[in-house]
Ligand binder design. Structure first.
Ligand code: MG
Length: 395
């Protein structure tokens, strides 16, 4: 439904809308302050519009079909593959974040395509070996521009992915890149102009998902005990919900019910708080909302209880001796490979040897290592230390 000027005519009644058109569908379903596809700032390399996919749906497909996305299946989240078969990998965590984020976006009438794209992208820049991999690269790159997985995600989608003949990277929409850039500069983003609501939702969905799922994985693996968790307010709140709904459950059923309740009550709290915050915003645009610095978040009570849970998980799970041991040897391998390749750049795969001229040897080594899966890094480390010559393999 467009006027002669080509602009969507908001005065027209909704029965005039053509729901095969993305702009009209979004006009009908999304809030005025959602990021509407028709308002996108476009792509660095201009491309013709797709016949039936909006720009953010296209972006989602580009991320989903990228090789960096597939490699998420081989990257650890918190627990490594040697520690069992139950726990999340980065890929399954990513899908869980996308699912939580889409639910929240739908109920708040935000752009689900953009939300899903940002969710699928959010962990794509994680190096092998989880957070310890990031620590090693951040330390090694300290005097060479630093390293963060959020910054590396941008390098992947703008430079390193090779899918199109006429440009490097995925040529994603400006709003997707800006959303990922906000993640890379979180401190700056916390003041002044707010990120798009879709960006904020993904960030919040990420932490809801990882808190709940780390509790699930850690309980299943015996790293945490049920009784010990009851000292935390958020767990007591979730347990009370489980008790109200199901009564006393056998231990084999308690964990799943607790995790459902944890996700459910956090999403419910966020949706209620956000709905209240956006109550008088109908008619305002996404740009207005960003300029006004509107920020979504949990209620004060739940925010405090989440902070307590996260502090506890940090000590009890992330610093658990079983994890620290695995982490130390993984860190040593990555560190040895980094220093070895900086000294012997001729052993980099051709693409990364060529890249040295553009970004320097440290950054090229860091990019090569950060893109690896856990197992690939193990293999390349073995190859590097047991064979004296020849380049390593590109991913
Ligand atoms: Mg995440």
């Amino acid at each position: 439904m467009t006027s002669q000027s080509g602009m969507t005519d908001f005065a027209n009644p909704t029965w005039m809308l053509d729901l095969r058109r993305v702009a009209d569908r979004e006009h009908l379903l999304l809030a005025s302050y959602a990021m509407h596809s028709r308002d996108t700032a476009g792509r660095v390399h201009p491309e013709p519009e797709h016949d039936y996919r909006g720009p953010f749906a296209r972006d989602r497909d580009r991320v989903l079909h990228s090789s960096a996305f597939r490699r998420l299946s081989g990257k650890m989240q918190v627990f490594t593959g040697e520690m069992g078969e139950y726990h999340r990998t980065r890929l399954t965590h990513t899908f869980e974040v996308a699912s939580v984020a889409r639910t929240i976006a739908r109920v708040l009438r935000l752009n689900e395509d953009l939300t899903e794209t940002l969710a699928l992208l959010h962990d794509i820049g994680h190096p092998p070996y989880g957070h310890c991999g990031e620590d090693v690269l951040a330390e090694a790159m300290r005097d060479h521009g630093g390293f963060s997985h959020n910054g590396f995600a941008l390098a992947i989608v703008t430079q390193l992915e090779q899918r199109y003949a006429s440009f490097p990277g995925l040529n994603l929409s400006f709003e997707v890149l800006a959303g990922q850039d906000v993640r890379a500069h979180k401190a700056e983003a916390a003041i002044g102009r707010a990120p798009l609501l879709e960006v904020q939702v993904v960030d919040l969905a990420d932490s809801i998902a990882y808190d709940a799922h780390d509790v699930d994985d850690a309980l299943q693996m015996g790293v945490l005990e049920h009784d010990e968790l009851q000292r935390l307010s958020l767990i007591r709140r979730a347990s009370a919900q489980v008790m109200e709904r199901f009564g006393h459950l056998p231990p084999s059923r308690r964990r799943q019910a607790l995790v459902h309740a944890l996700v459910d009550l956090q999403v419910g709290d966020l949706v209620a708080t956000a709905t209240e915050r956006l109550r008088n915003c109908d008619g305002r645009t996404a740009d207005d909302i960003c300029s006004d610095g509107v920020r979504l978040g949990h209620s004060e009570t739940i925010a405090a209880e989440r902070a307590e849970l996260e502090a506890y998980l940090f000590e009890a799970v992330y610093r658990h001796p079983r994890l620290m041991t695995v982490r130390q040897s993984a860190s040593d391998r990555l560190e040895e490979l980094f220093q070895g390749l900086v000294k012997n750049p001729e052993r980099l795969p051709l693409r990364f040897r060529t890249r040295i001229a553009e970004v320097g040897v440290h950054r090229s080594v860091s990019d090569y290592l950060a893109g690896m899966t856990d197992r690939f890094c193990d293999t390349q480390h073995r190859h590097f230390t047991t064979h004296s010559g020849g380049p390593l393999t590109d991913w």
